[in-house]
Design a binder for this molecule. Structure first.
Ligand code: GDP
Ligand code: MG
Length: 447
């Protein structure tokens, strides 16, 4: 997701690897300039950044370490905008959030992602369907909410978004919800009709937050439209969607510096779990290819239920891990989001992540086969993998429409997975994993 920026930092830093004269510093700054422009960083932001980095590096002594230090510090400074971080709850009652943005920016998807994010943190969340502009908008939101088991307020007879918002707020208050998220209509461009609609919803809701969802693929346009929304209705945070794939990353710097509203979350994929809290220091570490273990830990701890994890651990240690547990673990994996975004958070693996085409675990042929096999087992077999003799295996193969070889291969993989799980179960296991990873790449930048 940050490939362009990360690569550009690396190639700039490489320019002064062994040298320490002004000529190599100039080369490094030139490389940086070219690639930052390519990454969609605004010219003015870029100019300021380069001149400070130049001054500081010269002051501290030209060399890779000082160059890197100055670059990191100044990028972090740009991204740190005074204001809130992540999701902030109202001091009492329902926290009301108005989601705004242009059409196609990712408002609806992001609303559901945010609802899911909060739900995983044990909050009661209601979503309100206030986009009445597009015919299919309510239906889209309905489907997304059903998939993730999120409460939705909608009224297909009502034509006024402000009325729906008001009714949703009543439901949220009466139902003792923690959070109300209001999905609104977008337009292709900012127009008065859209602003009036948002004004009317804002008036009845009096939101605690107005989140502007900006499409990072739209580059500098995202910065301009965010600034314009901010000027007209006032926004308290930006969520940068589509930060995966081909988005160039530079837009994050522009939003922070030019709009002056903090980035709160980033969307890093199409799945509901692909939302991450935006913390400047962590993002900068990732930009530099140094990973973000803290972020990873935060993500996993919210998703993996401690009690459940302990129960599974116990089973694994006793060798009682069965096919039902296996399916459950796969479900948990799904909640973590895209493989690519996870790998990028692990130190040393960002370049691997960048090369990886995102694997769709859930819809892979492999996963479908596994589900078919487990589906062809009896209840008893699922609980007791040891029961599977050749006769049973053949029956399962027939039931799943697979060959004996395929069934055997899966069973072998299952055995290996249980072994691996045993190795990494418990706190010590996680430490081992982290040690292993930090040893693969201590400095972040490959030598
Ligand atoms: P809205 O018109 O602002 O409500 O936009 P939608 O939520 O309907 O999203 C428009 C398209 O962008 C959909 O196809 C989404 O799947 C896609 N989308 C939204 N957020 C992300 C993201 O973070 N990454 C990727 N790759 N796609 C996204
Ligand atoms: Mg929408």
């Amino acid at each position: 997701m940050f490939e362009i920026l990360t690569d550009s930092f690396k190639s700039a830093i490489n320019k002064i690897r062994f040298a320490d004269d002004e000529k190599s510093l100039k080369k490094a700054l030139d490389t940086l300039k070219k690639s930052l422009l390519k990454a969609d960083v605004h010219y003015k932001v870029l100019k300021d950044l380069l001149s400070v980095v130049e001054i500081e590096t010269k002051r501290d002594g030209i060399g890779q370490v000082n160059f890197l230090k100055s670059l990191k510090k100044n990028i972090t400074d740009i991204l740190v905008v005074s204001g809130k971080q992540g999701f902030v709850f109202a001091p009492k009652g329902v926290t009301k959030v108005l989601m705004a943005g242009l059409q196609g920016s990712g408002k609806t998807t992001t609303t559901v992602k945010l609802a899911n994010y909060l739900k995983l943190r044990q909050k009661k969340v209601l979503v309100a369907a206030c986009d009445l502009q597009r015919l299919a908008a309510v239906e889209q939101l309905k489907q997304l909410c059903v998939q993730s088991d999120i409460d939705l307020y909608f009224d297909e007879q009502e034509k006024n978004p402000a009325t729906i918002a008001k009714q949703a707020l009543k439901k949220a208050t009466d139902g003792l919800y923690d959070v109300l998220l209001i999905d609104t209509a977008g337009r292709l461009a900012i127009d008065t009709e859209l602003m009036e609609e948002l004004f009317s919803v804002r008036k009845v809701i009096e939101p605690d937050e107005v989140f502007y969802v900006a499409d990072s693929m739209s580059g500098q346009d995202a910065v301009r439209s965010a600034a314009s929304f901010h000027e007209k209705i006032g926004i308290s945070g930006v969520i940068l969607s589509k930060f995966d794939g081909d988005s160039k990353g530079g837009v994050a710097l522009g939003l922070a510096k030019q709009v002056g509203v903090p980035l709160r979350f980033i969307g890093v994929g199409e799945k509901v779990a692909d939302l991450e809290i935006f913390i400047p220091e962590r993002i900068v570490n990732r930009l530099m290819g140094e990973g973000d273990l803290e972020g990873l830990a935060e993500k996993t701890s919210a998703i993996i239920d401690e009690k459940q994890a302990k129960a599974i651990n116990k089973k694994i240690k006793k060798g009682e891990f069965n096919f039902n547990d296996f399916l459950e673990q796969m479900e948990q994996m799904k909640k973590l989001g895209s493989m690519k975004s996870i790998l990028g958070m692990i130190p040393g693996l960002s370049s691997v992540a960048n090369q990886l085409k995102d694997v769709d675990l859930e819809n892979s042929v492999e996963m479908k086969r596994i589900k078919a096999m487990i589906g062809s087992m009896t209840k008893k077999e699922r609980l007791e993998p040891a029961l599977l003799n050749n006769t049973r295996k053949r029956r399962i193969a027939t039931g799943a429409g697979l060959s004996d070889v395929q069934v055997n291969r899966f069973l072998k993989q299952f055995k290996n997975a249980s072994k691996m799980a045993k190795q990494f179960s418990g706190k010590k296991g996680m430490q081992d994993l982290q040690n292993m990873l930090s040893q693969t790449n201590r400095g972040g930048i490959p030598r």
